[in-house]
Ligand binder design. Structure first.
Ligand SMILES: [Zn+2]
Length: 321
């Protein structure tokens, strides 16, 4: 190792130590306070974020993510990093990366990832329409002009008409059930947009470092709550959905590069660190990895952000002496 390299590492080490001071903790806390004030004064519940009963964190929605991105004077740049369009298997999956590019600094300040796929409950299933008691097709409609029902030929039905009090028709309406959506291809664009939206929300949370204020899963939670109150939703189906979610998570992991996995692992260790000394050692470790180009500048910045948060957490747990 050359003298110059040693010097740089030494500087990084000093910086790592210098970072953990009361002043830094206070500055970070002050910045978080300002951001929390902005959130409370400028962001609208129901539009920018949602609150789901039974969860402790509000969920950041797309308009809120856009506001935060604007607040930091960033422009989102999206890239489709993974795409599956399998018409035979009715499988559509997209993963976006968003980079939040700061216009004044000319640098990427944060990154986010978002995936969506057609095996998610909301895309995979649909409610069946009532079936005609005569032909069994899902083409039974309420008549507009007179009380009663008809089986619409235009929708592939037999044209039969039924009285308003027809017991078989009533049973057909009661029997609507969750069925596999055999036409998810028409949802491909919706799924793609969802992946993009999730990436932006993920990126905005990373950018503003507000993951302790917001979570990102409003729709998923709503989905879960609907499931909980739905009689049709059997345990077996829930298990299948969970399996799908696990597979999707696995696919997301496969998409991660070695350096992303490394960062995730370092972030995990930071979250478990018990004192400032342990954090300092971790920071020294990743500063070296950055120096050796095992992780890039954006990733280092991301880790610095987590470091700030962990320092703040320790600051709350054990007040500086
Ligand atoms: Zn019919």
């Amino acid at each position: 190792m050359s003298e110059g390299q040693e010097l740089v590492i030494q500087r990084e080490e000093n910086r790592a130590r210098a970072l953990i001071t009361k002043e830094v903790l206070a500055a970070a806390a002050q910045q978080r306070k300002l951001l929390a004030e902005y959130v409370h004064s400028q962001m609208v519940k129901g539009t920018d974020y949602g609150e789901i009963p039974g969860t402790n964190k509000p969920t950041l929605l797309k308009p809120g993510a856009e506001k935060l991105t604007d607040l930091f004077r960033c422009t989102p740049k999206f890239k489709l990093v993974k795409e599956v369009e399998d018409y035979d298997r009715n499988l559509f999956a997209y993963t976006f990366r968003v980079q939040l590019y700061q216009r004044d600094a000319g640098a990427v300040l944060a990154e986010g990832y978002g995936s969506a796929n057609s095996r998610e409950g909301r895309y995979r299933w649909r409610n069946s329409n009532p079936k005609c008691p005569k032909c069994g097709k899902e083409s039974l409609f309420r008549s507009k002009n007179e009380p009663g029902f008809y089986c619409w030929a235009k929708k592939g039905g037999c044209g039969a008409k039924f009285k308003a009090d027809d017991a078989a028709v009533k049973a057909a309406f009661d029997g609507a059930e969750r069925v596999e959506n055999d036409d998810v291809a028409t949802l491909a664009n919706t799924i793609l947009k969802m992946a993009k939206k999730r990436a932006l929300v993920d990126g905005a949370i990373a950018l503003a470092r507000v993951s302790d204020l917001f979570t990102q899963d409003v729709e998923d939670l709503q989905e879960g709550q609907r499931a909980a109150v739905s009689d049709e939703h059997t345990r077996a189906e829930e298990a299948a959905e969970e399996e799908d979610a696990k597979k999707a998570a696995g696919a997301a992991l496969d998409n991660m590069t070695a350096s992303q996995k490394l960062c995730a692992e370092i972030a995990g260790r930071m979250a478990k660190a018990k004192d400032a000394g342990e954090l300092a050692a971790i920071q020294k470790g990743y500063a070296e990895k950055h120096f050796l180009r095992e992780i890039d500048g954006v990733q280092k910045k991301w880790l610095d952000g987590i470091m700030d948060k962990q320092l703040e957490r320790l600051g709350k747990e054990e007040p500086a002496k």
